[in-house]
Design a binder for this molecule. Structure first.
Ligand SMILES: [Zn+2]
Length: 509
């Protein structure tokens, strides 16, 4: 119990995730990082990651997991409050354009600093982070901490994996998974959730969100300029030119990384199916059990891990069953379905929607002000005007989700193109298509509002929402096929007699 330690999330994230920098394996660590953790009774998240993956990618992943939803709530509340205050103060129409700024700024601040902010008013979220919670400076403490890893897992509510293609090739990451699977076998159907965040996806989501915020702000100011000028046609052309230019600059970058991500995700099933703990790498073995800097002998972590795996997965009644094979089978068959569900569909829905929706929220302020101001002319029915006002508020959330789905579809298409062409050529091929699609989504909806009086925007926004739904359906496979495969594997699997697997099945099916 004295080794059970957790670290407040805002401490783990402090200094833009400076504690996540890889320091030559996990060596050269001072006792000071251990001092950042404190004894705890329970933990919220068990953070599992491999050290070679970029600190910045891990930072963005953690910000999305822990801060994106509070940021959305804060942005919504601020946007609505600014609208109410502006209505109350009867601010002149010329100043409205500035009123979307507080919403965007709130999002950025809460997204970056939420854990720090909340630590001032409430108990911090306690998480497990290997480098800080297990002593690295004292071999004896380290060994006891590692042997007690199961206790850390048991006390955590959720396993959060910051995934990169290296993850399942590392011995320590595999061991953390083993700890989790073993805990699953003991706690029965009350299995804790696994959340897998591909770190590159986090990067893409942040880029797309910032892109959407910048576009929203830019569009507000350009439309404001258009409304101030007398002839709007010239400004429309200018507006389209700016959007096209911006898209031409940002798109190749987004597409290039997105295709890379899809390739990695496509590789994941193969990686899991071929999983072998014997081929998993660790720092000590890769360096011939000598510290590369001091040339001092290093104890072998693999021996420690194997010894623990034997205790957990060994079969005393039938010694012919190899415990390492048992563990490999657990990962290859039982973990497979859960990981694939989590990576291909599960988590996208809530985080992606949150990140994309929120960029359109500051615009709600303007919609509120316009609605409170009332129609400019008395022509037409009031209810039609009100429906149009509502559609104005709804068009950007729909457009942002549609943009996201379009990009995801393009990434998938890019991964298909890469079977024949290089990543660069595939990206170049996709740029005009993506640009054309995004303009096709954007222009008709905007145009439909320029016809005064009618309900044309209703058709346009409905089409937009339908398209978003269709693309979503095509891009994200539903969880069904994966689950069906799981059930089938349960029947044909040859390892059904191992209690650990049965308990895991009880949950996964
Ligand atoms: Zn070794």
């Amino acid at each position: 119990m004295d080794l059970m330690r957790g670290v407040p999330l805002h401490v783990a994230l402090s200094g833009w995730a400076k504690h996540w920098v890889s320091l030559n394996g996990m060596f050269n660590l001072s006792p000071s990082s251990y001092q950042l953790s404190r004894p705890v009774e329970s933990l919220e998240n068990f953070l599992s990651h491999d050290w070679a993956t970029s600190r910045w990618l891990k930072l963005l992943s953690l910000l999305i997991i822990f801060n994106s939803k509070p940021a959305a709530v804060a942005t919504f509340l601020v946007s609505i409050s600014v609208g109410l205050v502006a209505i109350f103060l009867q601010l002149p129409q010329e100043s409205w354009v500035w009123l979307t700024l507080p919403g965007h700024i709130t999002w950025l601040l809460v997204f970056c600093f939420w854990q720090r902010l909340r630590s001032f008013v409430t108990q911090p979220t306690m998480v497990f982070m290997d480098k800080i919670c297990i002593a690295q400076h004292d071999d004896n403490l380290k060994e006891r901490g590692i042997l007690g890893l199961a206790a850390f897992v048991r006390s955590s509510n959720k396993l959060t994996i910051l995934w990169s293609p290296r993850y399942f090739t590392r011995l320590w990451c595999s061991f953390e998974i083993a700890t989790f699977l073993r805990d699953a076998s003991r706690s029965g159907p009350k299995l804790k959730p696994i959340e897998i965040m591909p770190v590159k996806m986090a990067f893409l989501l942040v880029i797309l969100a910032i892109h959407a915020h910048a576009q929203s702000l830019g569009f507000r100011f350009l439309s404001y300029m258009a409304s101030q000028a007398q002839s709007s046609r010239g400004l429309w052309v200018f507006l389209l030119a700016v959007i096209t230019l911006e898209a031409l600059l940002a798109q190749p970058f987004i597409l290039y990384i997105g295709i890379d991500l899809m390739k990695e995700v496509e590789e994941l099933p193969r990686q899991l199916k071929a999983f072998s703990i014997r081929s998993a790498q660790c720092f000590c073995c890769s360096n011939g059990h000598l510290n590369p800097e001091t040339k001092q002998a290093l104890p072998c972590d693999r021996l420690l891990v194997y010894q623990t795996l034997r205790e957990w997965f060994g079969n005393e009644e039938d010694p012919s069953v190899d415990y390492l094979d048992t563990f490999d089978t657990l990962v290859q068959k039982r973990l497979f379905g859960k990981v694939m569900r989590s990576v291909t569909s599960g988590w996208y829905i809530s985080y992606s929607l949150t990140m994309m929706f929120v960029a359109s929220m500051p615009y709600f302020t303007l919609c509120m002000l316009e609605t409170a101001h009332g129609p400019d002319s008395l022509e037409g029915e009031l209810w039609i005007w009100l429906v149009r006002q509502f559609l104005k508020a709804a068009k950007y959330p729909a457009l942002n989700v549609l943009t996201f789905c379009t990009y995801m579809a393009m990434f998938k298409l890019g991964a298909v193109l890469m079977r024949r062409w290089s990543q660069l050529v595939s990206t170049v091929l996709l740029v005009p298509l993506t640009l054309a699609l995004l303009l096709v989504w954007f222009v008709p909806v905007e145009m439909s509002f320029s016809f005064t009086g009618g309900l044309l925007p209703l058709a346009a926004v409905l089409c937009e929402a339908l398209l978003a739904g269709l693309l979503w359906y095509l891009t994200f496979p539903s969880a069904e096929p994966c689950e069906a495969k799981d059930v089938k594997m349960h029947h044909v699997g040859s390892v059904g007699s191992i209690p650990a697997l049965d308990a895991y099945d009880a949950f996964s099916i």
